[in-house]
Design a protein around this ligand. Structure first.
Ligand code: ATP
Length: 464
């Protein structure tokens, strides 16, 4: 993990936000290579989830929505974490993290004879029943200074318009999904869709996470790639399984190692308030198995609630059978930043080439920020000019990086480190027969090809 974080900073993938002011907790900026990788990743997802299906369309909804949306969705009331404070040392903990720590250390006796029921972590009433006042603070070791859990809403609040009053409170959306639900009839009617169909969206979401961390894994501002698939209520279960399998397959197409991926089915206690059944796709991060994407059968919960709160009819009507129903929603919800972290962690490798240690990102060429490096063997005798012309011809096809400085080995290694799949070197032979060497990042194979063929070769390799 440390190596990837340092590579991200050194090579311009990810910087800490507001670094010259000491940084802002859990906020990150994407540099020149980071934004290329992020764009490629989201385009890869978008193509897989919209273009390759005949019944999935896209939307880009506003981040700010009517505040009633978040009452209907249950977020105002339910999107809360119970927090415990130590009155002695002022440390603050998520109640469930404390229980987790105590369980892991088998220190339940710190709670005297208090009972912690299995599965109480998500249940506020059960958490409150625990005798926190008898427990020991893990930070300062004082007994009897922990408060009982208080609820903390994870939504960021702000004010719309110049007056700061309750009536003008709006929230930064904590998930992109609601923008799809409230627009479903607009989209269905304008795009002339019939159930089953899907709506895809990529966009920012904000959560005032209490324990952000692990670099870009958990942040307060992040991007989601979500697809909401609307089905007949009877068809919820089979569609959930279909999307679970298709989404798992997606990460293998992306080039993630299969043995680092697994599915986790939610137990009844883990299910979110809106879900009937759910799976997580998990990745084995350096800090353990963690969720990368959630796939949920959200039932008709959201649409029913929006119908109730807005007073609008959100039912779906089948002309032929005269049947009327509220569609069920199968949701696939992935984190773009989290996927980017997975892609980097999974691609990172070190090997020895010609007795030298090499760092290489074995990125899928489709998402690599730079596709090809173009080099002149030496910086004289017209070689740089020839290399520049080759680069110019390749630019309409893919992203190119040109470098005329330093030893050729060093230049290759700089490209390997950012995951550039191919390198082209112009040498003296090029001046005689118009051929260049084309080097492969992974096999290290070098072949000679005619410069005229390069755009076509690149096009073919990137289409594979
Ligand atoms: P967790 O339990 O880890 O907080 P969640 O189950 O609430 O996550 P979802 O609401 O299902 O997460 O969000 C879907 C996806 O969005 C997650 O799988 C993850 O990839 C991404 N995501 C959620 N919260 C964050 C965050 N704070 N930072 C980065 N990505 C996030």
């Amino acid at each position: 993990m440390d190596k990837v974080v340092s590579l991200c900073k050194r090579r311009g993938f990810v910087f800490q936000s507001s670094e010259i002011y000491g940084g802002l907790g859990s906020c990150w900026d994407y540099g020149p290579l980071g934004i290329e990788l992020k764009n490629n990743l989201q385009n890869f997802w978008w193509r897989e989830m919209t273009q390759l299906h005949d019944n999935i369309v896209g939307i880009d909804a506003a981040i700010l929505m009517h505040p009633r949306v978040w009452e209907a969705s249950g977020h105002v009331e339910g999107f809360v974490d119970p927090l415990v404070d130590c009155r002695q040392c002022k440390a603050r903990f998520k109640a469930q993290d404390l229980i987790g720590q105590w369980r892991a250390k088998k220190k339940l006796d710190t709670l005297a004879d208090a009972e912690i029921p299995e599965g109480s972590e998500g249940d506020v009433a059960a958490l409150r029943a625990i005798r926190w006042g008898d427990a020991v603070c893990p930070t300062c070791g004082t007994r009897g200074m922990l408060t009982s859990p208080r609820l903390f809403n994870l939504m960021f609040k702000t004010f719309m318009g110049p007056v700061e009053e309750a009536a003008s409170v709006v929230y930064l959306r904590p998930e992109t999904a609601q923008g799809i639900y409230v627009n479903y009839l607009n989209i269905m009617n304008t795009a002339r869709l019939k159930i089953p169909f899907g709506i895809a969206q990529i966009g920012k979401a904000f959560r005032n996470e209490i324990t952000p961390g692990n670099f870009i894994f958990r942040t307060r501002e992040f991007e989601q790639m979500e697809m909401q698939f609307l089905v007949h209520p009877d068809d919820g279960d089979p569609w959930l399984e279909k999307w679970r399998d298709e989404r798992f397959e997606f990460y293998m197409k992306l080039g993630i190692r299969k043995e680092k991926l697994r599915l986790h089915q939610h137990t009844p206690k883990e299910l979110a308030h809106y879900a009937k059944a759910a799976y997580d796709i998990e990745y084995e991060f350096p800090f353990g198995w963690q969720e990368l994407e959630g796939i949920h059968n959200r039932t008709d919960f959201d649409l029913r609630r929006h119908a109730e709160y807005s007073g609008k009819d959100l039912t779906y009507f089948v002309e032929e059978t005269r049947e009327r129903f509220v569609p069920y929603i199968i949701e696939t919800s992935a984190g773009l930043n989290r996927t980017l972290l997975v892609v980097l962690l999974d691609a990172y490798a070190e090997d020895t080439q010609e007795g030298e240690l090499r760092t290489v990102l074995r990125l899928n060429p489709k998402i690599a920020p730079v596709k090809v490096g173009v080099f002149s063997l030496v910086k004289r005798d017209n070689l740089p000019e020839v290399a520049d012309r080759i680069a110019q011809d390749l630019r309409p096809v893919c992203s190119v990086f040109v470098d005329h400085q330093g030893s050729i080995g060093r230049r290759y290694r700089r490209m390997d480190e950012i995951g550039t799949p191919w390198g082209i070197t112009v040498d003296y032979q090029t001046l005689e027969d118009q051929t260049v060497t084309l080097r492969d990042r992974d096999s290290l194979e070098q072949i000679r090809v005619n410069t005229m063929q390069l755009p076509q070769i690149m096009r073919e390799r990137l289409a594979e």
